[in-house]
Design a protein around this ligand. Structure first.
Ligand code: 9MJ
Length: 669
């Protein structure tokens, strides 16, 4: 008997259904309903029972994903229906031409399309017979691929058995095996630790993992699968979109970003939307794919050589390019952290011309073996700052000297210190260092700190270089004449800046604390500190123990805060700020009264228009609420933006309130 007193057969059956259901929620609905630990417990229980009763093991059991040990090679597989390639477009004109051709040939006013992200992975065909995974084959040349079934069986996103009752007897789905970016980073870190060769990008990692001769190695790789269609529509609906929906119901993951769109304008709008989202996705895409939605219309369009005339890949500008590294400079940050910065031969990447890219820290330069004079791979993904990914040593022309962090700060000549166990090197000059002073002033004036409009980095550069400003308090002593005499400043802009400075004197304690630039103290923690202490003097006197009792403050931050106020120079800056007229309202109310949402727990889903999800989270937390990722009995309400996930349904099932964006704004107000 199994643990619950039922027969092992029955328990095995229940466990398999539960595990498959969790896979479905995780991979298809992208909305897990159990923790990883709970999932592992179920899987272990199933393994235990199957070990004791080997006759109960079936090929579609979730335990059969561990891989099988080394194979000789991969058998060729002929594709009954060839795997097509896609025509490419790199400009709006080419897309317009595509749409026009279809309208002409079909003799219609406007075309209904289905648009999908173009995943940058390994194309794969999966054959299901009576709902069971029978064969997985790579694309190969489109006619003949390789049998990679034992490897693909280890990928949890690929169902071994389809769900539902109307599964066709034979079904071949097609899609892309990808490695998530986060999984790729973890895998490379693991390989590097083990002294093994790392992968260049997630696509190579996915391909290398899928082509492992030992499927038990593939089983350890963070691979994912997204389906984008079926080989034939036998037994399926007659629109591409409906087919995708149907495949989802069979338990096959389909990208959540697929949409129905109309006409040329719809195509371009989709391209722009996904382009903006590209950086947030956890998998690489290199464009979007447009497909005529109606299958009859697809058949009427037909194909040229190997590419269908009813589909088009609209490519994004490349996110990675190779260029020459001219030199490595060192940039000094607000807290003295030194960042090596690559000076590059200009290169067009990710849609802009890049001349500088970060190298993060000296360890990274060493690990990537990047030397001035090298050719390097530069990556710019979305709005993320460009970075040097690696060097291309094959193109190194002669012996190049390895780079090292200078022993002295390039800006002020102070000693550079490398703290044991920390990756960053720091200038020890503090506010003597003009670079640190500039960064500190930029931070002080920034939007989330004192929000001093018109005080940008160019102006700060001049103010420090001309010795006009040493500390933030000096900003409030500037006069019209001095400001108007600076480069790019005139009477009007000087007036505006003086007015902005005057306004900023009415400070909010949280912002003022954030503006002071205490190490590790971000805007949210600064608000927590403000609420807890109410006045600067009280915070300045607080011991480490009391500091640690404040929300989000750990021992390291508590020490940084204490050290900040123990430094006489910092005390002097605060006194000067108060002396020049910076004031804030002393908060005396008890913490809970100040936290109107204390005790409430919210779940956010979908996209918001007025703020990002993380801004909404921070705003709720600043008012005392908790924000969690999944709906549970303790959830107060689910806040849903546009295109929410299935969390809404779960909330409705549990009778939990669902709020919209306007409700959220009212809540915060
Ligand atoms: C990718 N790579 O994401 C197709 N693809 O359709 C999508 N590839 C495709 N569709 C027909 N989303 C041939 C290839």
């Amino acid at each position: 008997m199994a643990a619950d007193g039922r027969s092992p057969e029955a328990r095995v059956q229940t466990l398999r259904e539960q595990i498959e259901d969790h896979n479905y929620h995780y991979y298809v609905l992208d909305d897990p309903i159990v923790s990883d630990a709970e999932y592992d417990r179920l899987l272990r229980e199933l393994e235990d029972i199957e070990r004791e009763h080997p006759q109960l093991v079936t090929p579609d059991s979730p335990t059969q994903r561990v891989g099988a040990g080394p194979a000789e090679g991969f058998e060729p597989v002929a594709h009954d229906i060839p795997m097509l390639s896609l025509g490419n477009a790199f400009s709006d004109e080419e897309v317009s031409e595509f749409d026009r051709r279809i309208r002409d040939q079909l003799d219609v006013e406007s075309v209904h399309y289905c648009a999908e992200p173009k995943l940058d992975g390994v194309a794969i065909a999966l054959r299901y017979q009576n709902g069971l995974l029978e064969l997985a084959a790579t694309r190969g040349d489109g006619r003949t691929g390789e049998n990679v079934t034992s490897n693909v069986r280890t990928i949890r996103a690929v169902p071994l058995k389809l769900r539902g009752h109307n599964v066709p007897e034979r079904l071949e789905v097609r899609g892309e095996i990808v490695m998530t970016r986060s999984g790729f980073e973890r895998l490379n870190a693991r390989l590097a630790d083990a002294g093994e060769k790392t992968f260049v990008n997630p696509r190579n990692a996915a391909s290398g993992s899928l082509r492992q001769l030992d499927s038990s190695v593939t089983a350890t790789r963070p691979l994912h699968f997204f389906c984008y269609g079926a080989a034939t529509s036998d037994g399926l609906p007659d629109r591409h979109w409906d087919i995708l929906e149907q495949l989802r119901e069979f338990g096959i993951p389909v990208s959540a970003e697929a949409r129905r769109v109309d006409g040329f304008d719809g195509l371009l709008e989709y391209y722009e939307t996904i382009g903006r989202k590209r950086g947030e996705l956890d998998y690489d895409i290199d464009g979007v794919v447009y497909k005529v939605n109606d299958l009859d219309q697809q058949r009427e369009m037909g194909q040229v050589s190997r590419a269908p005339r009813w589909a088009l890949a609209h490519k994004f500008p490349a996110q990675e390019e190779i260029t020459r590294l001219l030199d490595i400079d060192v940039q000094v940050g607000r807290t003295g952290a030194l960042t090596p910065v690559a000076r590059l031969e200009p290169v067009f990447v990710g849609g802009v011309t890049v001349t500088n890219a970060t190298l993060h820290n000296a360890d990274e330069v060493r690990r990537k073996d990047v030397r001035p004079g090298d050719y390097v791979v530069v990556r710019r993904a979305g709005d993320v700052i460009p970075e040097v990914v690696r060097s291309v040593p094959e193109r190194r022309e002669s012996d190049l000297k390895a780079w090292a962090m200078p022993a002295e700060c390039p800006e002020c000549g102070s000693a550079v210190e490398q703290v044991e166990g920390e990756a960053v090197a720091r200038c020890t000059g503090g506010l003597v260092c003009p670079a640190q002073r500039k960064r500190a002033l930029e931070h002080f004036a920034s939007r989330k700190a004192m929000d001093i409009d018109g005080l940008g980095s160019r102006l700060i550069e001049q103010l420090v270089d001309h010795d006009l400003v040493h500390s933030p308090a000096d900003l409030y002593r500037l006069d019209h004449e001095t400001l108007a005499g600076l480069d790019r400043m005139a009477g009007k802009s000087a007036d505006n800046l003086l007015e902005a400075l005057e306004t900023s004197k009415e400070a909010d304690l949280g912002r003022l604390l954030f503006a002071l630039g205490i190490r590790e103290v971000g805007e949210v923690t600064a608000q927590h500190l403000a609420r807890h202490f109410g006045a600067l003097e009280r915070l300045a006197e607080a011991g480490v123990e009391e500091l640690e009792s404040v929300r989000d403050v750990g021992p390291v931050m508590a020490r940084h805060i204490r050290a900040f106020f123990d430094e006489p120079h910092n005390r002097a800056v605060i006194e000067q700020l108060l002396a020049v007229g910076v004031r804030y309202e002393v908060v005396t109310a008890a913490e809970d009264e100040e936290q109107p949402l204390a005790g409430c727990t919210y779940v956010l889903t979908g996209s918001l228009s007025k703020r990002t999800r993380s801004e909404a989270k921070a705003a709720l937390e600043a008012r005392g609420a908790r924000v969690t990722g999944s709906v549970s009995g303790s959830t107060t309400a689910v806040i849903a933006g546009s295109e929410p996930g299935s969390k809404i349904e779960r909330a409705r099932e549990k009778g939990i309130d669902v709020l919209d964006e306007d409700d959220l704004e009212r809540l915060l107000a």
